[in-house]
Write a protein that binds this ligand. Structure first.
Ligand SMILES: Cc1cc2nc3c(=O)[nH]c(=O)nc-3n(C[C@H](O)[C@H](O)[C@H](O)COP(=O)(O)OP(=O)(O)OC[C@H]3O[C@@H](n4cnc5c(N)ncnc54)[C@H](O)[C@@H]3O)c2cc1C
Length: 387
């Protein structure tokens, strides 16, 4: 296996890094502590050609590869972690499912604004009673002559406070085969975006309520039987999640490294204490290992969607590495690391969330066990059976 990046890819990564240092470094701390979506930066990133990297050219994207998008999000996160959220929204998140399966008319209506950094799309998958057990979702879409009548509730959606459109997983009928998705526009009658709540990272999310919400037939993304294709596209989201975990962990590591060079205690720099040197050695190994697994998953996907196995391994490794490294970086930086004067504590809080978002650490391990033993392990109580 060859994970070497091509000269072209290295040049691209370097150009994004230089752009980020020039345009995003200043204000990175303030951006991290503001819970406003950075619209100005979103438009700047779009003008820089960093949105829609993997979206096809006819759809308004750049027709690039997943590894290009990974390189871009990494370089931005290494300079301004908050700005990397914009690249997630414009390259990896529900936009990818939408671009893959939405109708040409629907894409023409929404993609220019989303790729232009003027509008956001949010994913409505999780429900109060369907988190890891996502196929237990109860939000229904009943088809009638005029379209779909949607009823149910969603929680935890990233960008749900600000999004103009919502890619909503719905149930058209019973069982996994009854699941598909529709696009709900924010001003649709019967659809309410509830009061914001905050994650540990200070990102806000809003509960979504659907009460006899009428959605046009033209807003169908995937009909009944679409669940597996949805999850296949969701693997692209997981790669973005893994890339940010690792890069934000590395961001904290870089801060801690510099701190260990500059800070003196007992009359010598921290980096001369073996107890801290070994922490750095362990952190470096975690970051390097995660990096290889991430690149393997992204390179393997080329212009398509990443494989489930590669994605699962990469997400698990990068989520763990990112959080453990950020957490250890805070420790190395002492009171400064724990203070909001430094981005280290933000990196720790952010990386913690990705161990839950997009499939928890435990669910990734369940998926891996199925690959390892080449059989399915139902997580359901035997008496209930599969829905
Ligand atoms: C930062 C962040 C962003 C998010 N963004 C979105 C979004 O944009 N859209 C969206 O729809 N959702 C989003 N989510 C929700 C996320 O997808 C869910 O939180 C996640 O799937 C877990 O569901 P849950 O919180 O209901 O936990 P639960 O499923 O209730 O799990 C609770 C605990 O039990 C463990 N567990 C559950 N089942 C098993 C099992 N079979 N074996 C072992 N352990 C198990 C879990 O791993 C977890 O530790 C986001 C969450 C976070 C934290």
């Amino acid at each position: 296996m060859d994970f070497g990046l091509t000269d072209e890819q290295l040049l691209f990564a370097d150009s994004v890094r230089r752009f980020a240092l020039d345009q995003l470094q200043e204000g990175a701390l303030e951006r991290a502590h503001s819970n406003e979506f950075p619209w100005t930066i979103a438009r700047l990133l779009s003008e820089q050609g960093l949105m829609g990297i993997t979206i096809s050219e006819p759809d308004g994207g750049l027709g690039g590869t997943l590894i290009d998008a990974v390189l871009a999000i990494e370089q931005v996160a290494l300079v301004c972690p908050k700005s990397a959220d914009i690249l997630q929204a414009g390259n990896f998140g529900p936009i990818r499912t939408f671009a893959e399966y939405g109708s040409p008319q629907l894409k023409a209506k929404w993609l220019p604004d989303v790729l232009g950094g003027r509008k956001l799309i949010s994913l409505g998958m999780s429900e109060p009673d369907a988190g890891s057990a996502v196929t237990d979702l109860r939000t229904t879409a009943r088809e009638d002559a005029d379209g779909y009548v949607v009823n149910g509730q969603k929680v935890f959606g990233t960008h749900s406070r600000d999004a103009a459109i919502f890619l909503v997983y719905v149930r058209f009928g019973p069982g996994i085969d009854g699941i598909g998705s529709i696009l709900v526009e924010r001003d649709t009658p019967g659809f309410t975006v509830g009061q914001p709540a905050a994650f540990m990272s200070d990102e806000e999310w809003c509960p979504l309520f659907f009460e006899n919400c009428r959605v046009s037939k033209t807003n169908l993304i995937l009909g009944p039987g679409g669940f597996k294709r949805q999850i296949a596209a969701f693997n692209a989201e997981r790669i973005g999640n893994a890339a940010r975990s690792l890069a934000v962990g590395r961001h904290a590591y870089n801060l801690a490294r510099q701190y260990a060079i500059d800070r003196q205690q007992f009359g010598r720099p921290l980096c001369e204490f073996q107890g801290l040197q070994w922490k750095f050695a362990d952190m470096a190994v975690k970051l390097e290992a995660g990096q290889l697994l991430l690149y393997r998953a992204a390179v393997g996907a080329d212009k398509g969607l990443p494989s489930a196995f590669d994605t699962t391994v990469a997400k698990l490794a990068c989520n763990q590495a990112g959080f453990e490294v950020a957490n250890e970086s805070v420790q190395i930086m002492g009171g400064t690391g724990y203070s909001k004067e430094s981005l280290a504590e933000y990196c720790m809080r952010r990386t913690r969330g990705w161990m839950i978002a997009g499939g928890t650490i435990e669910m990734m391990k369940n998926r891996l066990a199925e690959h390892i033993f080449d059989r399915r392990f139902s997580q359901r109580a035997p008496s209930k059976g599969r829905q």
